[in-house]
Design a protein around this ligand. Structure first.
Ligand SMILES: Cc1cc2nc3c(=O)[nH]c(=O)nc-3n(C[C@H](O)[C@H](O)[C@H](O)COP(=O)(O)O)c2cc1C
Length: 187
């Protein structure tokens, strides 16, 4: 396979990723879940400090409790697994108010999400949750921040009801045009 063919393949993974909010009951194996974290840990990070930690949750009752820590994301309770992205702020740098532990962790999580997409798994970046409650639930040490989480599972259907409802209520998936966001040589 030529380099160009491979590149197209990867681009199609990037373009096919979308937020999935409805999952089939089929479990995702521990091996598969762990392999996603194994991929994510190769992401770049500030001075290679690798400030991230991932908590993989597959227990149904724990997943229900986690979904209760977010007012707007109760639908997560039906996911077969959830991965929680944590980061240690002391293991990264900052510049002019930009904290790189959030950047480091987000890159790793995106790698995880894209790897999941390439394997036919659905994910949804979740930023809305009660961090204090979630930390208590998962026994996360005080110095560690929870950056995001994602449910993981096999997508139920292309346009499942809860996906349609959420897309309609929460926000659209339409993207700004290239000309609105791409600048050449100057802003
Ligand atoms: C930082 C961040 C926070 C998000 N938080 C939530 C959330 O709490 N609940 C949710 O359903 N989707 C959440 N999303 C998913 C976005 O709504 C979604 O990515 C966006 O609407 C574009 O749709 P797409 O992912 O299907 O392309 C979040 C995405 C990001 C990047």
């Amino acid at each position: 396979m030529s380099v160009d063919e491979k590149r197209l393949d990867f681009d199609s993974v990037l373009l096919s990723r979308k937020s999935i909010r409805s999952f089939r009951a089929e479990p995702v194996s521990d091996k598969e879940l762990e392999s996603l974290v194994d991929i994510a840990r190769h992401a770049p990070s500030w001075m290679n400090k690798q400030c991230w930690h991932f908590i993989i949750v597959t227990d149904t009752l724990d997943i229900q409790d986690i979904s209760k820590t977010s007012l707007t994301n109760h639908w997560m309770k039906k996911a077969p697994a959830i991965i929680i992205l944590c980061a240690d702020p002391h293991l990264s740098g900052s510049r002019e108010g930009i904290d790189y532990y959030v950047v480091d962790a987000a890159i790793a999580m995106d790698h995880l999400i894209l790897s999941a997409t390439s394997k036919g798994l659905g994910t949804c970046w979740i930023g809305s949750f009660n961090e204090k409650k979630l930390k208590e639930l998962l026994g996360v040490p005080p110095r560690i921040r929870i950056i995001a989480l994602t449910p993981i599972g096999y997508p139920k259907e292309k346009n499942g009801l809860s996906n349609k409802v959420r897309s309609a209520i929460v926000r659209s998936t339409k993207r700004k045009s290239l000309s609105e966001i791409c600048h050449w040589n100057q802003w």
